[in-house]
Design a protein around this ligand. Structure first.
Ligand code: PLP
Length: 431
């Protein structure tokens, strides 16, 4: 959100006088509550610099700018500035213009979008792909529509699923059961209890806050045994894992066993948009019935072309994936060596635990103001209270110098604010 300063003459005609109508107090009250719970969010004003990732410009509250290093971007591989991706976008925008011209129902397909869907279907070894305006929308629209079209469907949902999946489950109106995170025994109990009715298991491959990974093959075994369908969110894995960037399911050799694979074009692929890939019938049914697909303007052709260039590039190049894993491992090693409470993850995500909302924000502010390092604090409701953290995402562009400076800056910050060290047990606070 951006708050604009208006001249007083305009203010007199605008919303602020209408505050007298009495409604304004509800919004102020809600914000006061967030402040009171120490979880009001402030976004830094950052401008990315193409060709110099992870360096960016930070516009400070007084309007001055400073160069900073970004350590929390989900443009995991820096593909947002890759020359083939930038070229695809600029060439397509020059050829096709900026917008898509409408929803696909009104304005038809645009060819780059059709090509992108073919590329994505091929990436995951599926018959078809369907692109949405974001990964969030693809989950919300995909899960809700698929489940609604299955009579008497019971959804089995991992306890740590992302909000977009939870909203998809909720919008389906179907019965649901939540299984304990990555707990195969609990999932099996629920499948057994459900009996013969149709069942849909929804889960993620890489869980983005703790950086852990689902046992996809074992979940597919259970799905086979109990006759369930599977829906997998690979948002934090596409582009990053597997020989062609197909995600953890590709890495584990189980892509063909998952019914629906969902992903984003915004993280590993560095663009924007989301998608599902599945059988032709599933994608066609979602295309035909999902309001989140039907009633919103399509992704612009230039974005689709850029995303396709990124997907194509990462299918043939593993250099970025290898460098990403190498730099993530080097970052974890350096922070662990410095005695920081790094959560032991098996992926590229490096959470450093703080365990308190106010201290987490103070640490982020200190890093930005004293060390020109930007890491957004992660607080409730993104993570449970008591497990607040800094979520660090190394990329192939964070070199040894960046890592050494990060370790030194975090050590100084931990000392200055007297934050908990490695060995501390972080417990979720009771709600
Ligand atoms: C697991 C998961 N799924 C879906 C999304 C939404 O993806 P997008 O950012 O493309 O809307 C996110 C966003 O961070 C996510 O973490």
């Amino acid at each position: 959100m951006t708050v604009t300063r208006m001249p007083s003459t305009m203010l007199a005609q605008a919303g602020s006088t209408r505050a007298g109508s009495g409604y304004e107090r509800y919004f102020r009250g809600a914000l006061d509550q967030l402040h009171g719970e120490r979880r009001y969010r402030v976004f830094a004003d950052i401008e990315r610099i193409s060709g110099r990732f992870p360096t960016a410009k930070w516009r400070q509250p007084d309007g001055k700018t400073a160069e900073i290093t970004v350590w929390c971007s989900n443009d995991y591989l820096g593909m947002g500035q890759h020359k083939e991706v930038v070229a695809a976008m600029t060439e397509t925008v020059a050829r096709c213009g900026v917008g898509a011209g409408g929803t696909r129902n009104i304005a038809g397909n645009n060819s780059p979008l059709v090509d992108l869907e073919r590329e994505l279907a091929d990436l995951h070894g599926k018959e078809a792909g369907l692109v949405f305006t974001s990964g969030y929308v693809s989950n919300q629209a995909g899960i809700s529509t698929i489940a609604k079209l299955i009579p008497d469907c019971l959804i089995l949902s991992d306890a740590f699923n992302h909000n977009s999946m939870i909203e998809g489950v909720r919008h389906s109106g179907c019965a649901k059961k939540i299984f304990r995170h990555n707990d195969l025994r609990h999932l099996e109990e629920l499948l057994q209890e459900a009996g013969d009715r149709p069942k849909l298991i929804v889960f993620e491959s890489v869980y983005s806050m703790d950086g852990d990974v689902a046992p996809i093959g074992a979940i597919c075994d259970l799905a086979d045994r109990y006759g369930a369908m599977t829906y997998l969110d690979e948002v934090h894995a596409v582009g990053l894992y597997g020989a062609r960037g197909g995600g953890i399911a590709e890495r584990d050799g189980v892509m063909h066993r998952v019914d629906v694979i969902e992903g984003t074009l915004a993280k590993g692929f560095g663009c924007v948009g989301g998608y599902i890939t599945a059988s032709a019938a599933i994608c066609d049914a979602v295309r035909s019935f999902a309001p989140g697909f039907i009633f919103t303007t399509a992704l612009p052709p230039a974005v689709a072309a850029a995303a396709r260039a990124s997907v194509r590039y990462l299918k043939r190049s593993g250099v970025e994936r290898a460098a990403h894993q190498r730099q993530a491992a080097a970052t974890k090693a350096a922070l662990t060596e410095a005695g920081l409470p790094v959560l032991d993850t098996e992926t590229h995500i490096v959470p450093v635990m703080v365990g308190d909302a106010e201290l987490c924000k103070a640490a982020a502010d200190h890093l930005l103001e004293h060390h020109a390092i930007y890491i957004q604090p992660i607080n409730y409701p993104t993570v449970p209270r008591g497990t607040e953290r800094l979520r660090i995402t190394p990329s192939p562009f964070h070199d040894a110098g960046h890592i050494a400076r990060l370790a030194a800056a975090l050590s100084e910050t931990w000392q200055a604010l007297d934050l908990p060290r490695a060995g501390t047990v972080f417990v979720e606070a009771a709600e």
